[in-house]
Design a protein around this ligand. Structure first.
Ligand SMILES: *Cc1c(COP(=O)(O)O)cnc(C)c1O
Length: 477
C-alpha cells in the first residue's frame, strides 16, 4: 500500500468547503468561458490551481501577525525578516517585495535591454512575461531528460551545461545581462536541481562574468531533495544545504507565497551595492519604501517565521511524501504523470493521456475542464495555452514540448482523504477519456493569456434541442 508520513501538526481552525452539484458545476464552467481561473473559488471543492499563497499558516505565524510592526520605515518586523534572510540566504542586501513577479519586474527593468537573452533551466511564466515585457528573450536550457516524462533522473531540473556554454558562446556575453536557474523547476514538473549542477552553473556563468541569479521560490523543497538524493548531503541539515546553494549566486528572488508559507510576500536579494541602490530606487517608485516593499509589517513578520518553518525537516518529509502519495496512486491507476514526483505538484501528462486531442486543441484544457465537471477539482493547464508563443524572428507559433495539467498542492491544507477523493475522480475520468473533446480559444490577451482566455468546446453541438426543433420546422415550412 502506498503511504505518506502522517501530518506533523493537528488542526486548530477549520474552513468549510463544499461540492456543488453537477449541473451547477456545468453552469459555473460555462459562465467562466471554460477557463478554471475564472470560476468562483467557493464553487470549487478541492483547489489545486496553485500552491502560491494558499498554504495554511502556523500558530507561530499568526502570533507574529499580531506582533507585526506597521512603522513606515525601519520596522521591527523588517529586522526579524532580515535575520531570516541573513541566516538562510546570506546575501549582503535584500528588499521585500509584495510577490515574486514584483521582484522579477524590478530586476528585468534594471538589467534587461531589448534583444538580450536570459538563460535558465526553465523560466516560470511570470519570469518569461517580465523578460518579454522588456523586449528580452527568456531561454530554457534544461537537460533533455526533463522532456521525457517517464525518465526517473533524480535531478530533472538540472541545467544542460553543454547547451549553456554553447548558448553563451553563440549569443555573446554582451547580450546576456544575467543568467538564472529556477529551484525547483516549476515549469518543468517541480523537479529539483542538484548541488553539483548549481555549483557548475555558477562557475560557468562566472567564467564569462555573467551575474548568476536563483529563482528560489522552492528553496526548501529543493534543499530537502538534495538531502535525500544527492550523495554526500544526507547528514547535512536543510539549512546548511540552503546556505550552500545561495553561496554560489550573486542574487536571488523569491515568491514567499511558496516555501515561506505566507499568503503574500517576496524578496529580491543581491550582493552588489550599486545594483542594490538602483533596486531601492525602482522599489520606491513601484512598491514602497525599502524596509517594507509593498507589504504590511505583519506580512513581513509572518514571512520571517515562515522562511524558517519551510526548512523544518519533519514538515518537508510529510510534504514531499504527500505529493509522492498522490503521484504514485495515479501511476498505479495507469494515469501518466511526470516522474519522479516533484515537490509541490503532480503534473499529469495530458498529451499522453488524451492522444486523440491534438496540441492545437489544448488537451490540458480538456482534462482540467473534466476534473472540475466530474469532481469540483480545480487544476491548471501548463501547456500550449500557457507557453505557446510567436517566435520573434519567424512569427511562427512555437508550442511547448509537453501538454501538462498541474495539480499544485497547497501547503498544510488538505488531508489524505481529500487526496483519495481526487485519485478516485481521476480514475473515473480515465475510464471515459475517449469521450473528452478539445477546445478553441475565443478571447486571448497578448501576454500571459492563460489567466483570462476564454474557450469554447469543439465537436459538440452547441444548439439546444429546442433550437434544433425550431430549425427543422423552419426548413419544412
Ligand atoms: C510563483 C512563482 C513565481 C512568481 O511569483 P508570484 O508571487 O506569483 O508573483 C516566479 N517563479 C516561480 C518558479 C514561481 O513558482
Amino acid at each position: 500500500m502506498i503511504k505518506h508520513p502522517a501530518e506533523p501538526f493537528r488542526i486548530k481552525s477549520v474552513e468549510p468547503i463544499r461540492l456543488i452539484d453537477p449541473l451547477a458545476r456545468k453552469q459555473a464552467m460555462k459562465a467562466a468561458g471554460h477557463n478554471v481561473f475564472l470560476i468562483k473559488a467557493e464553487d470549487v471543492y478541492i483547489d489545486f490551481l496553485t500552491d502560491s499563497g494558499t498554504g495554511a499558516m502556523s500558530q507561530s505565524q499568526w502570533a507574529a501577525i499580531m506582533e507585526g510592526d506597521e512603522s513606515y520605515a525601519g520596522a521591527r518586523s523588517y529586522y526579524k525578516l532580515k535575520e531570516a534572510m541573513d541566516g538562510i540566504f546570506g546575501f549582503e542586501f535584500f528588499v521585500p517585495t509584495h510577490q515574486g513577479r514584483a521582484a522579477e519586474n524590478i530586476l528585468a527593468s534594471l538589467l534587461v535591454k531589448p534583444g538580450q537573452s536570459i538563460p535558465s533551466n526553465m523560466h516560470f511564466d511570470t519570469t518569461e512575461g517580465n523578460i518579454r515585457a522588456r523586449g528580452g528573450r527568456p531561454v530554457n536550457l534544461v537537460i533533455d531528460d526533463a522532456f521525457d516524462p517517464s525518465n526517473r533522473n533524480p535531478f530533472k531540473g538540472n541545467m544542460d551545461l553543454v547547451k549553456l556554454k554553447d548558448f553563451i558562446e553563440k549569443t555573446g556575453v554582451e547580450n546576456i545581462p544575467f543568467g538564472a536557474i529556477t529551484i525547483t523547476n516549476n515549469a518543468g514538473g517541480g523537479q529539483p536541481v542538484s548541488m553539483q549542477n548549481i555549483r557548475q552553473v555558477s562557475e560557468l556563468y562566472h567564467s564569462y562574468n555573467i551575474p548568476f541569479f536563483i529563482d528560489s521560490c522552492r528553496y526548501a523543497e529543493n534543499s530537502y531533495f538534495i538531502k535525500q538524493r544527492d550523495p554526500g548531503y544526507e547528514n547535512k541539515t536543510t539549512l546548511e544545504i540552503a546556505r550552500e546553494i545561495f553561496s554560489y549566486a550573486d542574487g536571488a528572488w523569491m515568491s514567499a507565497k511558496k516555501d515561506a508559507i505566507v499568503n503574500i510576500g517576496g524578496f529580491l536579494s543581491v550582493r552588489d551595492a550599486e545594483l542594490h541602490q538602483r533596486i531601492c530606487n525602482e522599489l520606491i517608485l513601484r512598491e514602497g519604501f525599502p524596509t517594507y516593499g509593498g507589504l504590511a509589517g505583519r506580512d513581513l513578520a509572518a514571512m520571517a517565521v515562515g522562511l524558517w518553518e519551510g526548512l523544518d525537516e519533519d514538515y518537508l518529509s510529510y510534504r514531499i511524501g504527500q505529493t509522492a502519495y498522490i503521484g504514485e496512486s495515479l501511476l498505479a491507476a495507469g494515469i501518466p504523470i511526470i516522474e519522479p514526483c516533484g515537490g509541490h505538484a503532480i503534473y499529469i501528462d495530458a498529451g499522453k493521456m488524451l492522444p486523440h486531442i491534438p496540441q492545437a486543441e489544448y488537451p490540458g484544457i480538456a482534462l482540467s475542464g473534466a476534473m472540475y465537471l466530474e469532481g469540483g477539482i480545480r487544476a491548471c493547464e501548463i501547456g500550449s495555452v500557457m507557453f505557446a508563443y510567436a517566435d520573434p524572428d519567424t512569427g511562427k507559433v512555437v508550442n511547448p514540448k509537453l501538454e501538462l495539467v498541474r495539480m499544485a498542492i497547497p501547503r498544510r491544507m488538505y488531508t489524505q482523504s481529500h487526496f483519495d477523493y481526487v485519485v478516485d475522480v481521476l480514475k473515473e475520468i480515465n475510464e471515459k477519456k475517449s469521450g473528452l473533446r478539445g477546445y478553441k480559444i475565443t478571447y486571448q490577451a497578448p501576454l500571459m493569456r492563460h489567466f483570462t482566455a476564454r474557450f469554447e468546446p469543439l465537436g459538440v453541438d452547441k444548439k439546444s434541442p429546442h433550437e434544433k426543433v425550431m430549425e427543422t420546422k423552419k426548413k419544412t415550412l
